[in-house]
Write a protein that binds this ligand. Sequence first.
Ligand code: OSB
Ligand code: MG
Length: 367
Amino acid sequence: MLLSSKKRVELIKFKKKLKKPFKTSFDELKFREIFLIRIIEGSFEGWGEIVAEKDPLYSYENNKTAETIIKDYLIPVLKKTLIPEEFKKKASKIKGHMMAKAGVELALWDLKAKKMDKPLYKIYGGVRKKIPSGISIGIKESIDELLETIDNSIKKGYLRIKLKISPGKDLTVLKEVREAFPDITLSVDANSSYSPHKHFKLLKRFDEFSLLMIEQPFYEDDLFYHSKLKNEIKTKICLDESLTFLRKVIEGYEMSSYDIINVKTGRVGGPIEVIKINNFAKTKRIPLWMGGMLESGVGRLHNIHLATLSEFTLPSDISESSRYWDKDIIKEPVKMFEPGYLKPSNQPGIGEEVILPDKINIQKFNL
Ligand code: OSB
Ligand code: MG
């Protein structure tokens, strides 16, 4: 029962130091600018995370564009409805800005689940009881540091190691890693740093390293050149950046641009789109896995619930809270319950209490 008719949105931002800098082909992050949304209805509250970063380097969105879109376009939609499906429909008029939309939709699902007194995964129709957990390892200064990081990750139980690569930081690294760890499940993520005109031959040599997949070698919106590469390489192609919503997933499938999809809740615009992609993947037998955007506990818990969907068979990029944070912002941090596996909470909604740091920037809007 709603004890009062109070309805409010809060946008919450704070900086959080990463345990170690995270280096990719496009950036070196020392801090994460966390952007949360809380939607309050009576005595219930729903939490979402907007996974855009400070700078628009992974995609065109950043936290400032997301904030503008939420304030100018999505809060007006929230004034009309707090029902996730209706929100999604009305918000779809706004072009793009998937991470902004996803953050809001996540908060609405958490709110809805709490009102229904059910854990999110049950509302989504999740079936998986154990989420296989992998780890994404940034580009390291030295090979020794990389080998040590891999060794520690394997010892912690992670079931798949993903290495960030970029042109020139690839074949020699892979050779060393494979020599040291001949049997681990290994994949690579290029974050669109290779050129289809310059690097085709180089990429074909990746076949020597029996990788589980190569993720997004080419441009962040490309389907065409990935299709050409898939035709000529044995290693499976996984797309991340290019697949921004279901229609792109279908187009990429029709064009044979990929074998595997890294699904990110933020990138594709929220849980409803994730469910649609899961349903499509089921009819076409496309393996899925849940990606990550260095989320705080809020986004991490949401991702775990969604990774219970039927087609999320491959190890995810959802790692333990301790992968990035000394102290996460949820009461019980995300942790493997047995080596290699995470599981969703059975408490209502995301299933954990959020504990904000002292220093935050908060903006409140009545609905
Ligand atoms: O491409 O998957 C990616 C982090 C930020 C932006 C893009 C990516 C990543 C990761 C890290 O690979 C995944 C995680 O551990 O959250
Ligand atoms: Mg990626």
